[in-house]
Design a protein around this ligand. Sequence first.
Ligand SMILES: [Mg+2]
Ligand SMILES: [Zn+2]
Length: 169
Amino acid sequence: MTLDKYINIFLDRDGIVNNVVLRKGVVSSPRSMEEFVFRNDFLSFAQKIDKKYKFFLVTNQPDIKRNLLKENHLKEMHIKLMNILKFEEMFVCMHDDNDNCSCRKPKPGMILDAITRHNLHHDECIMIGDSLKDLKAASAAGIDAFLLDTNYNAYINYSYKIKSLVSLI
Ligand SMILES: [Mg+2]
Ligand SMILES: [Zn+2]
């Protein structure tokens, strides 16, 4: 797998940029700065990746709506992230399933917004995520996607799995 034909890279956050947090065996998101730990693979990737690429963050953060994460902590995390890798724009869905918003993945709202607002070509966009929701959102938006291989998503059958972000460079 390679990034050759792409210019715009859409990154999911939890499990791609930072480590997921396991709570009683359930894959979960960081709720404090202490729990927000960058993946080493992401740090190497951010350091080595060619400057020609444009990055967009597309992340579901329902813990905001669930009152499990404070918005100022989320902001703090994303300021920290921006210092590691420059994103053109960060798209965050703070809703939960019942809100029926158009942004929460597997819906394609955040990706489509980015494509419209930044005038992107679909075939130059690639989504990189670790969940079925990421793959479905990409597919619904009409763009390609890579799935990062992890121990918690091994059940997903998908042709475009990558072992690491760095393997793409
Ligand atoms: Mg994820
Ligand atoms: Zn939303």
